[in-house]
Every structure is written in structure tokens, then in C-alpha cells.
Design a protein around this ligand. Structure first.
Ligand SMILES: [Zn+2]
Length: 504
């Protein structure tokens, strides 16, 4: 993505886990290429998910706050939990209900009360046709020219006006129709890659390679991340450490379960064999110039973050990468995984100009956070623009339109003066009414809570068998988790089949 989510970049677990480097912690990923590796793929369909509640919290907002994080108001509201391991199907289910992860921290914005509502956005990769957009075609062609001919646009780079002018010419205009119709953007993108180019007899000036490898910490990826953060996001030197990089873009709870392709033998080698979190690396003549962080899930490709070399600012790698990610979703579809044809692009934030670019890719849809139903983006934004803050159902039928009350005026919350606040402060008070699609924790019976299956000290137990100093406090925390997730999501004595266990 061209512009990263700064909030996603900082929404991390309060616990500071020790850094885990892997054996691929070297300057080259050549030995980490693992499309064919199968050693640690989980064969068993059963894979327990463990969830630890963090609670409802207020934090400074990465979208609307300006200046010092420590002194900015805590106007961002969300519920969060930590998961050290999660089945991909469970995470798919969560993102389809407005949740999102940052490392092992999984959170859901309070869409009625947070200052900058975050709507889950997804692109229909099957219908997506960037070939219709001449600017997109221009970006692809410019990149291809660079790779094939080694010609990098210099100071005299062709401007948008020039392209427009070219397209407007009579002769060009006549060609326009045929140009658009026969244009396969995936083929165009792929044709710049070394294996494809050489297979068709082209010897490109530069060796461009794209490879999907499991997310892992390497010095090379960390060095690019650090340079990107400092140059593009103006992070002060020394702010980014390899442990933070690991926590934010490598460490993840997703189980590496086998993708059930209907015809595994016919699957192209560029597609992974298992679900999980990946880094898609872009190399030019061996140099890492960009990588995207992608979750590959049973119902989508979910884009987490994109890091690029500031020397390549001219190339719009973020846009090219988004096309590559949409192409990946379509390739899964073509390989028989017909449910995977969506590209989830994270959160769409209407109130933040910098984050609106995600809406430029179409056709896309936004999730109504109250009903957990997706609506076409162009319809949804009309509703949002009438009331940018607070929750409004995206279903525009006036008979069903109800606007729930709000905990407090978000404008006031955004302006509240504060002293030194911690980055994330857990709030004792549950919002009344509860956030859209959440339940009221007071209505969850204690009997239900006591029957929850709890993963504690390496084994499963019922909550009621665990001695607690303050049972009421535990009930409150667990009831809030159930209220956020919904009943029937966590395994209980009566409903063990979800394989989602409370961890304390
Ligand atoms: Zn905000």
C-alpha cells in the first residue's frame, strides 16, 4: 500500500516479548524461499486458538493526533486481545467482523466512540480491472521499461499531462478501445519478472524477482524497514529496533495449515502451500527494494503493511504492489480456491485524507460494523459522509436506520487535554450502549462464564475449577471478552467444537 496505517504500526501488545530471530537472519533470503518447503506445515485440521483478553482501552490516535504521542489525547477507542496462536479460519472470521491484528495483538475499534472510525475494506479481485485506468497502465509500463531496458525515468520523467495528451490524440484514441480490452494486468506485471521474461525469450537489463516467503526477521528486511520508517515517516534515528520490527511485522499467531487446493499437483509454484503470514519480497538485481506483509487466509489475501526503498519513490511501488496482491488473490481463485478472491486492504478511514487512497481500487466494499455486512464502497461513503464520526448503519433503508447513542461526544474526547498518558490505557468502564456489534457484558450469565474451557499452564480446565483471588474481577474481564467476540465463539463445556480457548 502506498501509505501505511500509522495506527496499525503502533497498535501493539503491551507485553514486550523477547525477540525471536530465525535461522534466516542473514543478509540474503535466497535460502528462505519456501514455496516448496513443507516441513512445518500443520497437517492436522485441528489447531487450537488461544485468546487472552486485554480489555477496552483508550489510546492516542495515529490518524488525527498531531505531535507528541505522550501528550496527545487518548481519543482512539478499541477492544483488544492477544493471541499467541490462531487458526487461519478463526482470523478470517474475525476480520469479517471488523477485527484486525498487529503482531499478536488483535483489536476491534469501538465504531461509535473512536475518533477516526476504521471500516474493514475489501477489493473484489475477480472484478478488479486496473487495465481500464490509464494511470495504472502507465505505472506498469514505466516499471516494465525500467526492468527490460534499464531506463529509469530521470528528472525529465513523463508527466501525467503528457500521458493524458498522448491518450487524447486522434490516432491513439482509436487504439484506446483495443488497448484496454486486451490488457491483462497480471500478465503485464508478471512479464517484467525474470522467470517470465526469459521464458519468452526476453533478456531484461535488470533481474526483477518477486517471491513469497514466510514472515521472518532478517537483517536485510529490518534494514529496509528502518530506512523506510526514517525517510518516509520521519521516525527519529534510533527509534526502530529489530525487536519492534519482529513484533509488528513478523511475529504472528497464524497457524501454517495446508491450503486445500482441489488439484494440488496443478498449483503453480509461485503459490504457497499453506496459510499464514508471508513477506512478498521484490528484488532488483538481488537488492531488496520492497516487501509487503500479507496474511493468506481461507477467504482472502489480507494486506498488512508495505515497506519500500526510498530510492524507488519514482516507481510508485505501493500501487504496483497492491496490483500484485490483487493478482495473487486471483491466482488463488484460478488454482481452485474460489473463496480466496478478495484482497483485504486493512481499514478504510474516511476522516483521514491519507488513508482514503484505499478507496481508489474498485470494486470494493466496506463492512458495516454493527451488522457485519459488506456494502459497496460508493454507497457506504455517502452514508459515512453525512455523519463521519459515530456509528451509522450503512444500510440506507430509512425504516431500519437507527443511530445508537454514544458514550461521549467524540469531538470533546478528541480535544480533551491530558498530561502524560500511557500509550494505551485500559478503561474500567464499558461503554453504554456497548460498541456496535458488541454485547452488554452484564448480560452474560456467570454460569456461562464458569463453563468456559480455559487454557492454563499448558492444559485445559473449566473456569470454575481455577482458584482466583478475585473471582468477580476475572468474571468482569472474561465477560467483556465474550461481549466483544459474541457467545458461541469461545469453547465451553457444552460447545467445545469451536477450538477457541480462553487463555489466562
Ligand atoms: Zn483519530
Amino acid at each position: 500500500m502506498a501509505e501505511p496505517d500509522t495506527t496499525e504500526a503502533t497498535a501493539e501488545s503491551a507485553t514486550d516479548e523477547s525477540m525471536e530471530t530465525t535461522s534466516s537472519d542473514a543478509d540474503s533470503d535466497s535460502h528462505a524461499v519456501s514455496n516448496s518447503e513443507t516441513s512445518d506445515i500443520i497437517q492436522d485440521a485441528s489447531f487450537p486458538t488461544l485468546i487472552e483478553p486485554n480489555g477496552y482501552s483508550a489510546s492516542t490516535c495515529g490518524y488525527c493526533s498531531t505531535g507528541n504521542r505522550d501528550t496527545s489525547p487518548r481519543s482512539s477507542r478499541s477492544y483488544g486481545m492477544t493471541s499467541v496462536q490462531m487458526a487461519p479460519r478463526i482470523y478470517q472470521d474475525l476480520i469479517d467482523r471488523g477485527w484486525r491484528r498487529s503482531g499478536t495483538y488483535v483489536y476491534h475499534p469501538d465504531m461509535a466512540n473512536t475518533c477516526c472510525p476504521q471500516y474493514t475494506i475489501r477489493l473484489d479481485a475477480l472484478q478488479f480491472d486496473p487495465g481500464k485506468d490509464k494511470k495504472m497502465r502507465y505505472l506498469i509500463n514505466r516499471w516494465k521499461r525500467y526492468i527490460v531496458e534499464g531506463v529509469k525515468p530521470g528528472e525529465t520523467i513523463a508527466t501525467e499531462e503528457k500521458i493524458e495528451g498522448k491518450e487524447k490524440g486522434g490516432k491513439k484514441n482509436r487504439n484506446k478501445q483495443s488497448k484496454t480490452q486486451g490488457y491483462d494486468y497480471i500478465q503485464e506485471l508478471r512479464s517484467a519478472e525474470y522467470d517470465q521474461a526469459t521464458a519468452t525469450g526476453v533478456q531484461p537489463a535488470l533481474r526483477y524477482e518477486v517471491m513469497l516467503v514466510p514472515a521472518a526477521v532478517t537483517q536485510e528486511r529490518f534494514a529496509l524497514y528502518k530506512r523506510y520508517q526514517e525517510t518516509i515517516h520521519h521516525d527519529r534515528p534510533g527509534k526502530n529496533h529489530i525487536s519492534g520490527f519482529n513484533r509488528f511485522l513478523c511475529k504472528n499467531p497464524l497457524g501454517r495449515q495446508r491450503i486445500p487446493y482441489p488439484n494440488p499437483k496443478d498449483v503453480p509454484s509461485i503459490l504457497p502451500r499453506h496459510f499464514g503470514c508471508f513477506h512478498q519480497l521484490h528484488r532488483v538485481d538481488g537488492r531488496l527494494v520492497a516487501f509487503s506483509v500479507l496474511d493468506i487466509l481461507p477467504g482472502c489475501v489480507s494486506s498488512v503493511y508495505f515497506v519500500w526503498d526510498p530510492d524507488f519513490a519514482w516507481a510508485s511501488l505501493g500501487k504496483l504492489s497492491a496490483l500484485r496482491e490483487a493478482a495473487l488473490a486471483r491466482e488463488f481463485y484460478n488454482a481452485g480456491m474460489t473463496g480466496m478472491s478478495w484482497l483485504y486492504m486493512g481499514y478504510y478511514i474516511r476522516t483521514c485524507q491519507k488513508m482514503r487512497y484505499k478507496g481508489d481500487y474498485s470494486p470494493s466494499q466496506l463492512l458495516d460494523p454493527g451488522t457485519n455486512t459488506f456494502y459497496p464502497l460508493q454507497d457506504a461513503v455517502k452514508v459515512i459522509d453525512k455523519r463521519p464520526r459515530g456509528y451509522t448503519p450503512l444500510d440506507t433503508n430509512p425504516d431500519t436506520l437507527q443511530i445508537p447513542g454514544s458514550l461521549e461526544d467524540p469531538e470533546i474526547a478528541a480535544n480533551e487535554k491530558s498530561e502524560r498518558w500511557p500509550r494505551r490505557e485500559t478503561l474500567e468502564v464499558w461503554p453504554d450502549p456497548p460498541p456496535p456489534s458488541f454485547m452488554d457484558p452484564h448480560r452474560i450469565p456467570v454460569d456461562y462464564l464458569e463453563k468456559l474451557l480455559v487454557f492454563v499452564k499448558g492444559s485445559l480446565s473449566l473456569l470454575k475449577f481455577i482458584p482466583f483471588m478475585n473471582r468477580t474481577a476475572v468474571h468482569k474481564i472474561v465477560a467483556e471478552l465474550v461481549a466483544a467476540l459474541g457467545t458461541g465463539r469461545l469453547a465451553t463445556l457444552d460447545e467445545p467444537e469451536t477450538e477457541v480457548y480462553l487463555a489466562l
